[in-house]
Design a protein around this ligand. Structure first.
Ligand SMILES: *[C@@H]1O[C@H](CO)[C@@H](O)[C@H](O)[C@H]1NC(C)=O
Ligand SMILES: *[C@@H]1O[C@H](CO)[C@@H](O)[C@H](O)[C@H]1NC(C)=O
Ligand SMILES: *[C@@H]1O[C@H](CO)[C@@H](O)[C@H](O)[C@H]1NC(C)=O
Ligand SMILES: *[C@@H]1O[C@H](CO)[C@@H](O)[C@H](O)[C@H]1NC(C)=O
Ligand SMILES: *[C@@H]1O[C@H](CO)[C@@H](O)[C@H](O)[C@H]1NC(C)=O
Length: 352
């Protein structure tokens, strides 16, 4: 009996580590080795937002939604001397009739019109840590990674799954692990991707051998391996596009992610996708803070089951200051182009 279960585990492990469909040279496959950052400062200051790449100036508007958020973030980043931007996906949308989803290539003019020309000042000096959202997969996801590797590494997107380790605080050093993941394969059942836009995402999944259950198991195992590697790290954050809050969690394989994050006591999960400012706080038996900051250029309804959220129609972003023993955060409403702090709170480190 005992022997059998051991054999079963060995075989399962062997299967899980080998996705025979994955193509080794694809730029999308997970990167194992962490990217290391050292900061001299006593705290880390960062801005989190997503779903920012909708460039349309709508009828009756003098300033488009994207710019309304960008301008306030720029001032904010300057006064706080922010260290980086955490981008939670949907970097480029189709914004008008002749436009396309995502980017088409490294030559796409959207690199300038929807990113560089919009986010100026401090936002043009600091790195942006990028992940892919569904609209990025509707276009050419590889081109975004190619641009990061060969055009501008400030758009930091070395692959669809990667880990950063940052150290700050000088002599009493604090370690932070950031696990950046692609949630698209967990959120969409390939069988249901039949309309034109989504068909393109499905074709991209097929191209990479990502259209099967084996890939989902492989990527879950990769995430769990990283969580185990970081088990002694004081702060672990995960960044992914799709939310894990309330009813928004009810999609394909998403529940598996939430269980993992709670099992390994991730401090917080940052997401977008829903174009809102919302969160779920920790509870007696629920150790993770779940953020949604997806109001970077569009607005829509929130997730049923959240603990707090701004009404539909709110644009904005999330500002955080991470210290050794606490992370302070505040949601900023920028709908009127002025800033309004609408919610503040604290996240505590993992129990050691
Ligand atoms: C990216 O680099 C390529 C090759 O140097 C260049 O042709 C292309 O114009 C660059 N893209 C942008 C958006 O500047
Ligand atoms: C983007 O703008 C830079 C100058 O700011 C220019 O050199 C480059 O050719 C532009 N790229 C594209 C693809 O429009
Ligand atoms: C997508 O981008 C990659 C990487 O830059 C490029 O090699 C490929 O040709 C692009 N695909 C299409 C269909 O343009
Ligand atoms: C999508 O298309 C596939 C293949 O054509 C088909 O098997 C499947 O039933 C379709 N799914 C839906 C939800 O329409
Ligand atoms: C742009 O923002 C306004 C609120 O300022 C909102 O009513 C509108 O729906 C937003 N546009 C999109 C496409 O989400």
């Amino acid at each position: 009996m005992r022997l059998n279960s051991c054999i079963f585990i060995v075989i399962t492990c062997a299967l899980l580590t080998n996705n025979t469909n994955a193509h080794k040279d694809d730029l999308v496959e997970p990167i194992d080795k962490p990217f290391v950052e050292k900061y001299k400062s006593k705290e880390l200051d960062f801005l989190t937002f997503g779903d920012w790449g909708y460039a349309k100036v709508e009828e009756g508007q003098e300033v488009g939604n994207q710019t309304k958020v960008a301008n306030v973030m720029m001032k904010w980043g300057e006064s706080y001397h922010s260290d980086f931007v955490l981008s939670v996906g949907d970097n480029f949308y189709k914004s008008f009739d002749e436009d396309h989803e995502g980017v088409s290539s490294v030559h796409d003019e959207k690199w300038n019109t929807t990113w560089k020309d919009v986010y100026k000042g401090r936002l043009a000096e600091i790195p942006w840590y990028i992940i892919g959202g569904n609209h990025d997969w509707y276009g050419n996801i590889t081109a975004q990674i190619d641009y990061s590797l060969n055009n501008d590494s400030r758009f930091f997107f070395p692959s669809t799954f990667y880990v950063r380790e940052s150290y700050f605080g000088g002599s009493h050093e604090t370690k932070v692990a950031w696990i950046h993941i692609d949630t698209d394969i967990f959120y969409y059942d390939p069988k249901e991707l039949n309309d034109t836009e989504r068909l393109h995402m499905k074709q991209n999944f097929e191209k990479f051998g990502w259209d099967n259950m084996q890939t989902i198991e492989d990527k879950l195992k990769w995430i769990e391996d990283k969580l185990i590697e970081q088990r002694k790290t004081k702060w672990i954050f995960v960044v992914g596009h799709h939310p894990l809050i309330g009813k928004c969690l009810d999609h394909y394989q998403m529940k598996k992610l939430r269980s993992l994050f709670e099992q390994y006591r991730v401090a917080a999960y940052f997401a977008g996708h829903n174009h809102v400012l919302e969160l779920e706080t920790t509870k007696f038996n629920q150790p993770v803070t779940y953020f949604i900051s997806g109001a970077g250029s569009r607005t829509d309804v929130g997730c049923e089951g959240k603990d707090w959220g701004m009404p539909e129609g709110t644009l904005g972003f999330l500002h955080s200051v991470l210290r050794d023993d606490e992370m302070l955060y505040e949601f900023i409403d920028t709908t009127t182009q002025d800033f309004k702090v609408v919610y503040q709170g604290t996240v505590l480190p993992r129990p050691m």
